[in-house]
Design a binder for this molecule. Structure first.
Ligand SMILES: NC(=O)c1ccc[n+]([C@@H]2O[C@H](COP(=O)([O-])OP(=O)(O)OC[C@H]3O[C@@H](n4cnc5c(N)ncnc54)[C@H](OP(=O)(O)O)[C@@H]3O)[C@@H](O)[C@H]2O)c1
Length: 316
């Protein structure tokens, strides 16, 4: 254990961090060890990670001192924020800032920061194509993560800026699965028109991140985007239909309709999908499938993911 490089993993009981932790713990040849960070070291998921061989450490992303302790002696860290836990871009920027400071304090040699594009580079606040939200954002949970890049850069933390993609698990947990319309037919609703939506199995983000830690120096200071496939909404619906054994339609609503759906975060997500739709070339281009597969040779495409997960997709 002592000669292995410790990776401190934020959100280790969650989707991204859990994927990183399991990728490392599942590789018997690895030169890395996992320090799983959780607020509750006694929770079942933390106990399971400990059973798999992780060191479990308690810390809170909002308490920089606790992060400094959790990062001490580590080689690297996987840093991710939890926007949907509080819906506050300012808090997300502060959390990124705290992780960068803690990483600097601990002298970490390689940090992966799970970030996104600043959509205001493509759609300035003055651009009326999509509404400005919360006074100074177009896509708050993207723009805030991009603002979070600053402290990592300014402090000279050796960082890989990781651009992730839409989790296909949103079809299971985020209410985005096929729903029955008034005609009784299943449909998925996305405001993507005929454009491609880069997606990924959440677990594969962690496996790609492990590939980045293994690559080390090659990826420090770089921005790396990952995806498992770039299907259109129509292709996703067709694949769902084949997998579920019944027709699934693609309901391509306009972004303004999606923004008006009224669930928490609907405006943010409506703008996010519009950004992905209107800047398809840049957004897809930043998420290279070949590089993703090189980082993670077991990378799943949508069809493979569906084959393994179709029974978990609610259809109401
Ligand atoms: N849904 C998507 O399609 C998608 C795609 C790409 C990126 N994202 C981004 O992914 C991020 C969320 O990551 P995720 O999906 O991996 O999260 P997740 O599965 O919801 O897991 C969150 C984990 O974070 C930990 N956590 C929450 N608050 C914490 C705090 N105050 N201090 C320390 N740990 C805390 C929790 O661990 P404990 O309870 O054990 O402390 C929890 O297990 C969001 O910012 C989102 O924008 C989402």
């Amino acid at each position: 254990m002592s000669d292995r490089k410790i990776i401190a993993v934020m959100g280790a009981t969650g989707a991204q961090g859990g994927g990183v932790a399991r990728a490392i713990l599942g590789d018997r040849t690895t030169g890395f060890a996992v320090r799983a960070i959780t607020r509750d070291a006694n929770c079942d998921k933390a106990k399971e990670l400990a059973r798999l061989g992780a060191e479990v450490v308690a810390a809170d992303i909002d308490d920089v001192e606790s992060l400094e302790k959790a990062y001490k002696g580590a080689y690297g860290a996987y840093c991710v924020t939890f926007f949907w836990a509080h819906f506050s871009p300012e808090k997300e920027v502060a959390e990124a800032d705290g992780m960068a400071r803690a990483a600097k304090h601990a002298g970490l040699e390689h940090v992966i920061w799970s970030t996104f594009e600043d959509t205001r580079r493509w759609v300035p606040l003055s651009d009326p194509r999509m509404p400005t939200l919360m006074g100074k954002y177009k896509v708050p949970h993207f723009d805030a993560k991009a603002e979070g890049n600053r402290t990592f850069t300014e402090l000279g933390v050796p960082t890989t800026f990781l651009l992730t993609s839409f989790y296909w698990e949103n079809l299971i947990y985020f209410g985005m699965g096929p729903k029955k319309g008034p005609d009784g037919k299943l449909a998925i609703t996305l405001p993507m028109g005929d454009k491609k939506l880069p997606g990924i199995a959440a677990e594969d983000i962690g496996r790609c991140a492990y590939g980045i830690f293994q690559g080390g120096r090659e990826f420090i200071g770089k921005t790396v985007g990952v995806a498992g496939e770039h299907p259109t909404g129509a292709q996703m619906a067709a694949a769902l239909g084949r997998s579920l054994g019944q027709e699934v339609r693609y309901n391509a609503v306009p972004p303004e309709v999606y923004r008006g759906f009224g669930f928490p975060g609907a405006e943010d997500l409506g703008n996010m999908f519009q950004f992905k739709r209107d800047f398809e070339t840049a957004y897809c281009g930043a998420r290279d499938l070949g590089l993703s597969r090189r980082l993670n040779p077991s990378l799943q495409n949508f069809e493979t993911w569906l084959a393994r997960n179709k029974s978990r997709i609610p259809m109401d």
